[in-house]
Design a protein around this ligand. Structure first.
Ligand SMILES: *[C@@H]1O[C@H](CO)[C@@H](O)[C@H](O)[C@H]1NC(C)=O
Ligand SMILES: *[C@@H]1O[C@H](CO)[C@@H](O)[C@H](O)[C@H]1NC(C)=O
Ligand SMILES: *[C@@H]1O[C@H](CO)[C@@H](O)[C@H](O)[C@H]1NC(C)=O
Ligand SMILES: *[C@@H]1O[C@H](CO)[C@@H](O)[C@H](O)[C@H]1NC(C)=O
Ligand SMILES: *[C@@H]1O[C@H](CO)[C@@H](O)[C@H](O)[C@H]1NC(C)=O
Ligand SMILES: *[C@@H]1O[C@H](CO)[C@@H](O)[C@H](O)[C@H]1NC(C)=O
Ligand SMILES: *[C@@H]1O[C@H](CO)[C@@H](O)[C@H](O)[C@H]1NC(C)=O
Ligand SMILES: *[C@@H]1O[C@H](CO)[C@@H](O)[C@H](O)[C@H]1NC(C)=O
Ligand SMILES: *[C@@H]1O[C@H](CO)[C@@H](O)[C@H](O)[C@H]1NC(C)=O
Ligand SMILES: *[C@@H]1O[C@H](CO)[C@@H](O)[C@H](O)[C@H]1NC(C)=O
Length: 773
């Protein structure tokens, strides 16, 4: 069976488009992984369910946990001990309690009735959703660092595993590992004890998903922490890769590769296989990672569309992480659609992807000497001569009825295509570059809606926008012997940056609309980082693509997420005593605002959140919004949850909601988000926030400043906050209304409240959104 692992934007786009029934994306083709043969089970068939039993007061041994889970299964379902043992898939016992088991729908229902069970939900599949990028966000090689503290930070990455021999995981010069670290390395296929070192200090793999998707095939998956895909090595090295001079992809993007915190240590938790990433394994990874002692968790994977917090392994695992002071950053998703942002629980940092000031051009020159600046990560150099240029429809087999330029695999006739540059258009069933290579073509010009993200192809190629595509087509149409040249790839500076990536999923948070999502943006377009030596740069199999470099350049919110994890770890290395809410607040209030007038940024905060991370500035924000366990519980209690349903997330059966509360509790979130209906847009939405003073000096006065756009009104009370001591808190009230919503096409209006003085500037986004769901 082929994998459904999403390693970059293109695949997710395919699958999403399949779901919503519009034509397949241009990028459908590039992966061999698009056929998902996992069968859908009927209600009688067994499926893997997660039986979540809440938090644990003390860690039990695996044997004890397994035995008690078998007993529970057997007593609740009247199964023999042996049958119960066979149905058990995974046991969680270190950081929270529960298990995964193969159950029928009826059995799952019966398990729900057991008093020690908090919740039962189906284990579902999730997808995986730089030399320059750290410099671009202001964290340069010469930024102040605290290597000693940094070297005690452990970053957990839940992903596809790691390629330990990559130079970015070289441990030369690293000191001994802290004695508090409890993690270890699991050995397996091509992974020995020597693959772990003072940098890669933990490596575990979880494969309960085989109970649903069938056995692992060791020609497709290393049954070990080794990464056969590249995604996990890429994300991990972005966070903490060692400094490597002269890293590049066949000469492209050459520079010094490094992570944000090169001295920090890596613990990899492999949960993604050719079959995808299963909830049961993700939860197992959390259980282990929290117990092992990670300080951060970076999770570049998610479901297609948002999943209720209480049925989402990531939301539940992240809640336990937050309770333990662990920062969790997750990708917002690659659908590009509004309301499709995933991983939106308030205790997670939800990350959007944006561009940096670098673009990979692969220009195309037509026979009339017009040059079109297409994009592509083109590692090939074509002979400098004119090649015949044909539209794909003219290159199809004689018996083909296809008169479109879709370049489907197997559509092109070598007799017509050999040695030519082929013009293809978006809309087919994928494999565009494969199709041209099979037809013997020399080059590809590919007309797509979005040409802002560069991809690698199997041959020299140039991605052009629709307008340029028309221009090419017109040239072909009006020329008797059309010819073209594809010029070598050039990497140049792009002044317009950052722009939100078109694929980055937009908010709002459909479950708790008063919480702004995504939270923040980070570079996620054309990012160079470590790759797996067992995967090609296009992810095509070796017969089609033999290229196996140490680095690859890929795009996705998957690539943005490790930038936020890295930024958070950098802040922690400078401010070791800060907890998750301080770090999140600091990152958000110091983020660099996007230019809202740019077309790519038109969804405003719903696209980019608070702005682009600024790691160095985040180490000294002046004021922070604090929030912890009890604040999240109080918030949930008045936002659609009650004592019973809150426990589905916290796992604490004794976290009761305050009785009869009707006033919605306010979560001290570093953004203010008013969700208005058309009826109520004229009413004031009032909320409040509390700021904690961590500035230096501690006796500063902050003045509030706010510029509102037409159609929006905001009042803030008071407009001046005077602090006299460190750690002092002050609150303010804020009211917004937005009569401009629903006028014309206006769905969102936004501004920011800035608390400033001569030293600090604390920026809080303020958003008014028209709810139509
Ligand atoms: C690790 O880095 C050191 C120092 O730069 C170098 O001497 C060594 O060869 C590297 N090891 C590997 C496996 O690349
Ligand atoms: C993995 O190990 C096998 C058996 O030792 C060896 O033949 C193979 O080359 C190794 N593969 C990689 C990618 O290192
Ligand atoms: C690793 O790559 C080799 C060569 O491409 C291939 O034969 C093998 O099946 C791959 N192994 C895994 C586990 O992906
Ligand atoms: C294109 O430019 C070349 C070199 O400058 C020139 O020789 C040629 O005539 C030009 N062709 C057209 C169609 O303008
Ligand atoms: C069309 O022709 C090609 C080559 O002549 C052949 O391989 C293919 O099977 C034919 N397809 C159909 C649908 O007849
Ligand atoms: C190309 O030519 C065909 C027929 O000559 C015509 O129908 C078509 O509209 C032309 N397309 C463009 C883009 O010029
Ligand atoms: C809590 O909410 C759930 C679902 O909304 C509902 O079924 C249940 O009756 C509620 N429980 C209490 C104690 O109100
Ligand atoms: C703040 O404190 C410093 C030193 O403690 C003092 O010099 C300064 O005058 C104080 N500023 C204000 C505005 O009170
Ligand atoms: C700051 O205040 C909080 C809550 O009042 C307290 O728990 C914490 O210890 C204080 N921190 C410092 C550094 O004084
Ligand atoms: C905010 O509003 C509440 C309710 O009107 C009021 O009690 C409180 O004093 C106000 N707080 C501030 C800081 O103005």
């Amino acid at each position: 069976m082929a994998s459904s692992l999403i390693t970059s934007v293109r695949l997710l786009l395919v699958l999403l488009f399949l779901l919503v029934g519009v034509p397949l994306s241009a990028f459908a083709s590039f992966s061999p992984l698009q056929h998902d043969s996992s069968s859908t089970s009927s209600s009688d068939a067994s499926q893997v369910y997660i039986v979540y039993m809440g938090s644990v007061s003390e860690v039990s041994t695996l044997d004890m946990a397994v035995n008690s889970h078998i007993n529970l299964l057997s007593s609740s379902l009247g199964k023999s001990q042996e049958a119960a043992r066979r149905s058990l898939v995974a046991s969680y016992h270190k950081s929270f309690s529960g298990f995964a088991a193969k159950l029928t729908q009826r059995e799952a229902q019966a398990m729900k009735g057991n008093p020690s069970v908090v919740s039962v939900f189906k284990s579902q599949k999730k997808q995986l959703l730089t030399t320059r990028s750290w410099d671009f966000v202001g964290l340069t090689a010469s930024s102040a660092r605290s290597p000693t503290v940094e070297s005690n930070l452990v970053i957990g990455v839940i992903d596809t595993g790691v390629w330990p021999e990559n130079p970015m995981f070289n441990d030369t010069g690293y000191g001994p590992v802290s004695s508090t670290w409890k993690g270890e390395c699991m050995l397996g296929d091509n992974f020995t004890i020597h693959n772990c070192n003072r940098k890669l200090i933990g490596a575990k793999y979880f494969k309960a998903g085989i109970e649903q998707y069938g056995p692992l095939d060791n020609t497709r998956d290393f049954i070990s922490p080794r990464d056969n895909n590249g995604h996990g090595s890429h994300t991990a090295s972005t966070i903490l890769g060692s400094v490597v001079e002269g890293a590049d992809l066949y000469g492209l993007a050459k520079g010094t590769a490094r992570g944000a915190v090169p001295s920090a240590r890596l613990a990899i938790y492999k949960v993604c296989w050719a079959y995808g990433c299963d909830d049961a394994d993700i939860l197992a990874a959390f259980d282990e990672a929290l117990h092992d002692g990670v300080d951060f968790l970076s999770i570049s994977l998610g479901s297609f569309f948002p999943v209720l917090y209480e049925e989402d392994s990531i939301a539940i695992g992240a809640f336990h992480a937050m309770q333990r002071g662990i920062v969790v950053s997750c990708a917002a998703g690659n659908s590009g659609n509004s309301m499709w942002a995933v991983n939106v629980a308030p205790w997670i940092i939800t990350v959007a992807a944006s561009s940096i000031d670098r673009q990979f051009y692969s220009p195309l020159t037509l026979g009339n000497n017009v040059t079109i600046k297409g994009t592509a990560i083109n590692t090939f150099v074509m002979e400098d001569k004119w090649y015949p240029l044909i539209p794909a429809a003219e290159g199809t087999f004689d018996n083909s009825t296809d008169d479109l330029n879709f370049c489907d695999v197997g559509a092109l006739d070598p007799k017509k295509v050999e040695g030519k540059i082929v013009f293809c258009e978006e809309g087919g069933f994928g494999g565009v570059d494969e199709s041209v290579v099979e037809g013997g073509g020399k080059g590809l010009v590919y007309s797509v809606e979005e040409d802002s993200v560069a991809f690698a192809f199997l041959l020299s190629a140039s991605l052009v926008g629709y307008a340029e595509g028309e221009q090419v087509y017109k040239y072909i149409n009006t020329t008797s012997e059309p010819v073209a040249k594809l010029l070598p790839c050039e990497v140049s500076t792009k002044e317009e940056a950052p722009l939100l990536a078109y694929f980055s999923s937009r908010g709002p948070n459909i479950f708790t609309p008063s919480i702004m999502k995504p939270d923040i943006s980070a570079p996620g377009v054309d990012i160079l980082a470590a790759w797996s030596k067992n995967d090609s740069i296009t992810e095509y199999p070796p017969n089609l693509d033999p290229r196996r470099p140490d680095y690859n350049i890929i795009s996705g919110t998957s690539m943005a997420t490790p930038h936020v994890t890295g930024a958070a770890a950098y802040v922690k290395s400078i401010r070791p005593h800060w907890g998750p809410s301080f770090i999140k607040s600091a990152l958000m209030t110091t983020a660099t605002p996007f230019d809202p007038s740019k077309d790519a940024n038109k969804d405003l905060e719903l696209g980019y959140g608070a702005g682009q991370i600024n790691p160095t500035k985040a180490t000294d924000p002046g004021l922070v919004y604090d929030a912890g366990y009890s604040d999240f519980v109080a918030f949930l209690c008045t936002h659609g949850y009650n004592s019973t349903t809150v426990a589905l997330i916290t796992g604490e059966t004794n976290t009761y909601c305050p009785k009869e509360t009707t006033t919605p509790a306010i979560l001290n979130y570093p953004a203010i988000f008013g969700a208005f209906t058309l009826d109520l847009k004229g009413d004031w939405y009032t909320t409040s926030r509390i700021l904690t003073n961590i500035g230096d000096p501690s006796n500063l006065t902050y003045t509030g400043k706010i510029d509102v756009p037409t159609g929006m009104e905001v009042t803030v009370e008071p407009m001046s906050l005077s602090f006299t001591s460190f750690n002092e808190t002050k609150s303010y009230n804020i009211s917004i209304r937005a009569l401009g919503l629903g006028v014309g096409t206006t769905r969102v209006l936004s501004t920011a409240l800035i608390w400033y003085n001569e030293i600090y500037s604390v920026r809080t986004p303020i958003v008014a959104y028209l709810v139509t769901f």
